[in-house]
Write a protein that binds this ligand. Structure first.
Ligand code: ADP
Ligand code: TRP
Length: 326
């Protein structure tokens, strides 16, 4: 008997241009997993409404995230790619889950407190964000949800809600595992801090060549002179290089050796990183411009993805409705 194919779900908020950190920390793994998993990857458009008030920007961001997912290599033949708002079953499920969710479960959610501290308005949507996330997840009966560290609490709430519901109503939901991505390779931004849209230190691999080179040249380095050896591990340029090329790639070993010997200038290391980005993302950059010129294709991908997700979600919601007495 062959291995049972595992079903995977994950999502990302359309809150701006994706960067090298999102690619290395999340999207690259989705692309690798699609070979031997049944994949559901979505754009969390309803979640974005908890922080967005700009309709035009949201519309553009949703579209851009989908184009970028496709450009990075998600293949609609192996992965259902959809927008959350095209699967209305998710909001129906969120209500059913909300009714078994004790209020204190939301009170202790840290992302709400963090977001309020950062100035977001304390809306009911923001408060119940984890219930909607549980509905996203449970709606397709996934086996595993790959996430970054910041999403662990949301995954635990999802498991708690599924178990609470099952306790009241019988075995309706599969309780999914989450898989924490290896955080050893948090990609630093141009200032050396964690690369993040919200810190303004990110590198967008789809930039035009000239501004991209300028951005890479801006990476902060120390002032070790050219004729002295340098420590690759503490250098932002090297760490970004390694996270894109990979730890085991010969180019990483080669650059590391050049750091350890005298004669490498940081300008040269940055030039190597710039060339690596162009090389690594050459196909993605080409695909992205073709996709930008083909809105009909992108729409079709979303339509097909939503149809696949809805078929699953309808079954799950029907099960839940019947269990509660509707
Ligand atoms: P941002 O911090 O830019 O707003 P998000 O929080 O939207 O990024 O990130 C989406 C996913 O991308 C996260 O779940 C996380 O795992 C991954 N990610 C983001 N930034 C990095 C980074 N610097 N290094 C590795 N992975 C990252
Ligand atoms: N909250 C996640 C984030 O900010 C996005 C998200 C929404 C998600 N629903 C999800 C991630 C379901 C994984 C599974 O990144």
């Amino acid at each position: 008997m062959g291995d049972v194919v595992k079903r995977v779900l994950s999502g990302i908020q359309p809150s701006g241009q994706l960067h090298l950190g999102n690619y290395a920390g999340a999207i690259r793994q989705f692309v690798e997993m699609q070979r031997d998993h049944e994949m559901y990857i979505f754009v969390a458009s309803y979640h974005a409404l908890t922080s967005s008030r700009d309709a035009e920007a949201l519309r553009a961001n949703i579209r851009q995230v989908v184009i970028d997912y496709l450009a990075f290599g998600l293949d609609p033949a192996h992965c259902s790619l959809y927008a959350q708002h095209d699967v209305p079953e998710v909001t129906e499920l969120a209500w059913l889950l909300g009714c078994v969710c004790p209020k204190h479960m939301m009170d202790k959610a840290t992302s709400y407190k963090d977001k309020i501290a950062r100035g977001l308005s304390a809306s009911i949507g923001l408060y119940t964000y984890p219930v909607l996330q549980a509905a996203d997840i449970l709606s397709v009966d996934p086996d595993v949800v790959p996430v970054g560290k910041d999403q662990v609490q949301h995954c635990e709430i999802t498991r708690d809600l599924a178990q609470a519901f099952n306790r009241h109503y019988g075995e309706v939901f599969k309780v999914p595992d989450y898989r924490l991505r290896d955080d050893a390779d948090v990609v630093p931004g141009i200032d050396g801090e964690k690369m993040s849209k919200s810190y303004g230190n990110d590198i967008d691999p789809f930039m035009e060549e000239k501004p991209l080179r300028k951005r890479v040249m801006k990476i902060t380095t120390d002032s070790t002179p050219v004729d002295q050896p340098k420590d690759p591990q503490s250098c932002t340029v090297f760490r970004i290089f390694r996270s894109i090329a990979g730890r085991d790639d010969p180019r990483t070993a080669e650059l590391e050796a050049r750091y350890r010997a005298p004669g490498l200038g940081y300008g040269e290391a940055k030039q190597s990183l710039f060339e690596l980005i162009l090389d690594h993302f050459a196909a993605a950059r080409q695909r992205r411009s073709a996709l930008t010129d083909d809105p009909g294709y992108v729409e079709q991908v979303l339509k097909d993805g939503a149809a696949a997700a809805r078929a699953r979600a309808r079954e799950v919601v029907d099960r839940a409705r019947a269990a509660v007495g509707l």
